[in-house]
Design a protein around this ligand. Structure first.
Ligand SMILES: *Cc1c(COP(=O)(O)O)cnc(C)c1O
Length: 203
């Protein structure tokens, strides 16, 4: 497998469910990209820390509800889960109010799975154009391939889609499949358990 040249993937350390004592060693080491999947949890963990450490880039990798958009725009540098027009409109309005632009990934439902987030492939073009028309800074596409299947064809497909739209970043690859993702030109890997260990389920 040939890796596209000049790609140096960024590792997003997915720190969801972990608390600062587990995260601080990475920050002190100089790691930059961190991912969270819940706005409220991220706010409690990162708000102060980010004020004192402007190098840190925070990524929202989980679903975003409209009533959390204001907080999300305030806190995050990247949002990976944009997949519908209503959310795009809300983000656009909020960005104007806060005079801030975040970097956006459009999440694609790459396996056409029911109940899974992400825009369907057939609707991607329209959604992308809509987001651009409202001034969003779309830097890339994001996907979570179907479970229990070889992820590689899905990674390849996401890359093809991004090339057609001429957008450069690909957010794909998690603990179980990040090597395959790198081989298929991922530029942002979202890695949790391989860095922090297994997450304890919350009930
Ligand atoms: C939790 C999560 C990850 C990281 O998962 P690991 O398997 O622990 O690496 C990556 N992406 C998303 C969207 C997640 O919710």
């Amino acid at each position: 497998m040939k890796v596209k040249e000049n790609i140096h993937p960024n590792v997003i350390a997915v720190s969801k469910t972990f608390q600062m004592p587990d995260i601080l060693p990475l920050i002190e080491y100089g790691h930059i990209h961190f991912g969270e999947n819940k706005v409220q949890e991220a706010l409690e963990k990162w708000e102060n820390l980010k004020l004192n450490n402007s190098k840190i880039k925070l990524h929202l990798i989980g679903g975003l509800q409209s009533n959390k958009v204001k907080l999300a725009i305030k806190l995050f540098d990247y949002i990976h889960s944009v997949d519908n027009e209503k959310l795009i409109k809300k983000i656009a309005d909020e960005q104007i109010k806060q005079n801030k632009k975040v970097k956006i990934f459009i999440q694609v439902n790459i396996g056409n799975e029911e109940q899974k987030s992400g825009v369907l492939k057939k609707n991607l073009n329209n959604l992308f154009n809509y987001a651009q028309s409202l001034g969003l800074n779309i830097v890339g596409l994001m996907c979570i391939p179907p479970q229990h299947q070889d992820p590689e064809p899905f990674f390849k497909e996401l890359r093809n889609l991004s090339e057609k739209l001429n957008i450069k970043d690909l957010s794909m690859g998690m603990s179980a499949d990040y090597i395959l993702a790198v081989e298929n030109s991922a530029s942002f890997l979202r890695i949790g358990s391989k860095i922090f260990g297994n997450r304890i389920k919350k009930f």
